[in-house]
Design a protein around this ligand. Structure first.
Ligand SMILES: [Zn+2]
Length: 427
């Protein structure tokens, strides 16, 4: 059936534009961040005079996560743990890998002599530096708390620097980005006048297993009285979380630029900002001596139809808009409906006609009526004109299209459902 086909083609257009809208929205979740609170459960991590590391790590991770969830709806945040529970190192990396994360951030507190203090952020690398190795060794030792650690970590020995070197090669492709994130973290800590021990490389098991840029932040020494108090305090934790958040935002900006996401956004904005034009665009799709009702099958299901009679012919228009893009769509719809000669015409609906005027064609009838007959429902100035064997009855005289549309509407309300606007030469 012809009408059915037309409907389908229209539906396709509706679906396509809906899909485009969805597409631009779905781009919003364009980044997955895994936040990893070090230790947990029976693994306490480092113990300080004010707090256990596992609790500080969790509190920091939740604060960083909630800042991102509140301000960056385009980022999906995944936590390796949100409660005080034990998660094996390999499982933390596995969570990140399974979710195809774009960045992995592991948060820890450092421990050392009572006088040691400051922040440091690690990326994976083979370090010959004893201090760095010691930090990694301490953070890696948690694997001894896991069952079957020998088979799970395939002969990895946290106490041996050589054991780490082989494993680090795999993360090398992510090194550049890992270093960028680490640098942003340390920069932000420095803004708070914290002592930065710098960006460092060492062999952390949790970083070895992840297949994405990854950092491990030592947010300070929990073993130091002053810094330990700061790490345990609400204010201190809020500041540290904000520093890590800001670092992430800087990193994300660079990431978006690199992946061209910013440009995509600009294109969308330009598209949305199409300005309406002054005049009205309609699709003229048919001119005929025949008068069809708006729902006649000859009009093939086209919507928002307007009819103007001119020189004895009825001109059919569809889709009135002041947006160019919309008129192009309307034209496409008309052509797909089979009106291959359809074209877009520009209307100045407010402009006065010269040497012509608009009237409303009330009805066509072989019968001869008088103006006072009940069929005209009290309308005055009804004119009658004979054309072949048919009388054409009209009423009203206005000089711009906007007024003609209003007049037509009022006359239709009186029950003249087949009434149309008619353009008549003046005089
Ligand atoms: Zn730790």
């Amino acid at each position: 059936m012809r009408v059915l086909t037309i409907f389908n083609s229209k539906n396709i257009i509706v679906i396509v534009s809906f899909f485009l809208i969805n597409f631009s929205y779905s781009q919003k979740k364009d980044f997955t961040l895994v936040l990893d609170a070090g230790h947990g459960g029976h693994d306490f991590g480092a113990r300080g005079p004010y707090a256990h590391e596992k609790n500080v790590n969790l509190s920091l991770v939740l604060k960083v996560g909630s800042l991102i969830e509140k301000n960056n709806k385009e980022v999906e945040v995944i936590y390796t743990r949100k409660t005080d529970e034990f998660i094996p190192l390999i499982m933390r990396a596995d969570i990140a890998n399974r979710n195809k994360a774009d960045l992995f951030v592991s948060i820890h507190c450092n421990a050392g002599t009572k006088s040691a203090y400051g922040t440091e952020t690690f990326v994976l690398g083979a370090s010959r530096n004893q201090d760095n190795f010691d930090v990694a060794k301490r953070e890696n030792e948690v694997i001894y708390l896991e069952k079957d650690y020998e088979t799970k970590y395939e002969g990895f020995n946290p106490s041996s620097p050589e054991s780490v070197i082989g494993l680090t090669l795999m993360q090398n492709i992510y090194l550049e980005n890992s270093l960028k994130m680490a640098a942003h973290v340390e920069e932000n800590f420095k803004k708070e006048d914290r002592f930065s021990r710098g960006v460092k490389q060492a062999g952390f098991v949790v970083l070895v297993q992840t297949a994405m840029p990854s950092v491990l932040i030592e947010t300070g020494f929990i073993s130091n009285y002053q810094e330990g108090e700061y790490l345990a305090s609400e204010d201190g934790q809020n500041t540290i979380a904000k520093n890590i958040y800001d670092a992430f935002i800087s990193y994300k900006k660079e990431y978006d630029k690199k992946s061209g996401k910013e440009e995509v956004k600009e294109v969308v904005v330009v598209k949305e900002k199409e300005k309406p034009i002054e005049n009205v665009l309609k699709v003229q799709f048919l001119a005929s001596f025949n008068k069809y009702g708006l729902n006649a099958s000859q009009l093939r299901g086209l919507k928002n139809i307007e009819i103007i009679k001119s020189n004895g012919r009825y001109i059919y228009y569809s889709g009135s808009t002041n947006m160019r893009s919309e008129s192009e769509t309307n034209l496409k719809v008309a052509k797909e409906a089979g009106f291959t000669d359809a074209m877009v015409v520009e209307f100045k609906e407010k402009e006065a006609l010269k040497n012509e005027y608009y009237t409303i064609e009330l009805l066509l009838s072989p019968k001869k009526y008088r103006e006072t007959d009940a069929i005209f429902k009290g309308l005055n100035k009804v004119t009658r004109e004979k054309n072949n064997n048919v009388y054409i009855y009209t009423s009203g005289k206005v000089i711009n299209y906007e007024s003609a549309k209003r007049l037509l509407e009022n006359i239709k309300k009186l029950g003249f459902s087949d009434a149309v606007i008619s353009k008549i030469p003046a005089g």
